[in-house]
Design a protein. Structure first.
Length: 294
């Protein structure tokens, strides 16, 4: 294993400090916590947004703190849910007097700890709502979840619900918008190799030289099948047709598509897949906008 770190125990703490140093115009660290908040809080009387989860998925979630997006992001240790007290600190940092929406990916630890934090906020008189993101269409139940996992589609919730909150929508309205986004999300991942969690020091699983895993989760959870390596065009088509079928998309419908690297795929390969995706949407008579998320 080769990692550019100082010590496993200090990874998250140092990374958060480094993000603030790199982007001081956008981010500040809530003292004594693993919470990143907006350097310039939004106006009083507007709904706050908080999200978070285990570290190791950057730029999620600290990279989405800013105008029209999140007000605070809570970091757990690598691939580990943030604790309730940390989430509560994020809620307090985001609260501007109009309540706080919690954007939670559907992993058992995240769901439980965010729920406890909501109880703490309620005792302190802070109104909260929660939206549960479960966009992974590959696996219904996994090692970490009951129901579908929450993965890259969470970014759309940050951006769309965050924009509504920035425009002054109230808490119940922002929740309705966030739930509507989730109802129209579908995501699916794949892997050519395993990630290596620093504390483990070795790959989580092994794939053969000519194998790839379809439907893998963001922590390395098993997908739906192992298949022989595909070309970029074959892989794009395989993922695309599964998502179109899941959403029951028809001719003329509009979609927003995001090609996500899962933290490892080079930009040049994402660009190739983006070109294939554009051709597929044209042939399906779908109107689309595109974002490339590193």
């Amino acid at each position: 294993m080769k990692k550019i770190i100082d010590a496993v125990e200090t990874i998250v703490d140092q990374a958060l400090d480094g993000m603030v140093v790199a982007y001081p115009e956008y981010l500040q660290r809530v003292e004594g916590t693993l919470v990143l908040a907006r350097s310039k809080p939004k106006e009083t009387g507007k709904v706050g947004l908080v999200s978070g989860g285990g570290s190791g998925h950057e730029p999620a979630h600290g990279g989405y703190v800013g105008y029209g997006m999140l007000d605070a992001a809570v970091a757990g240790e690598v691939f580990t849910s943030p604790t309730p007290d940390q989430v509560y600190a994020g809620i307090k940092a985001a609260d501007r007097g109009a309540g706080v929406l919690l954007v939670v990916k559907n992993y058992t630890g995240d769901v439980m700890n965010f729920d406890i934090a909501r109880e703490l906020a309620d005792a302190d008189g802070i109104a909260t709502e929660v939206v549960l993101v479960n966009d992974d269409v590959a696996v219904q139940d996994s090692l970490y979840t009951t129901g579908r996992r929450g993965i890259a589609g969470t970014v759309f919730v940050h951006k769309i619900a965050g924009a509504a909150a920035e425009e002054g929508a109230d808490l119940s309205s922002v929740k309705v918008i966030a739930d509507t986004v989730v109802a129209n999300l579908a995501s699916m991942g794949c892997a050519l190799t395993s990630c290596t969690v620093p504390a483990n020091g070795k790959p989580t699983f092994e794939l053969g030289a000519n194998e790839m895993e379809m439907g893998i989760g963001i922590h390395g959870e098993p997908g739906i099948e192992r298949v022989p390596m595909m070309s970029a065009s074959e892989l794009t088509a395989s993922l695309y047709h599964r998502l179109v079928a899941e959403l029951s998309l028809g001719d003329g419908e509009r979609i927003a598509a995001m090609v996500n690297s899962m933290g490892a795929t080079p930009a040049i390969e994402l660009a190739i897949m983006s070109g294939h995706l554009a051709n597929l949407t044209k042939s399906s008579k779908l109107s689309w906008i595109f974002g490339n998320q590193r």
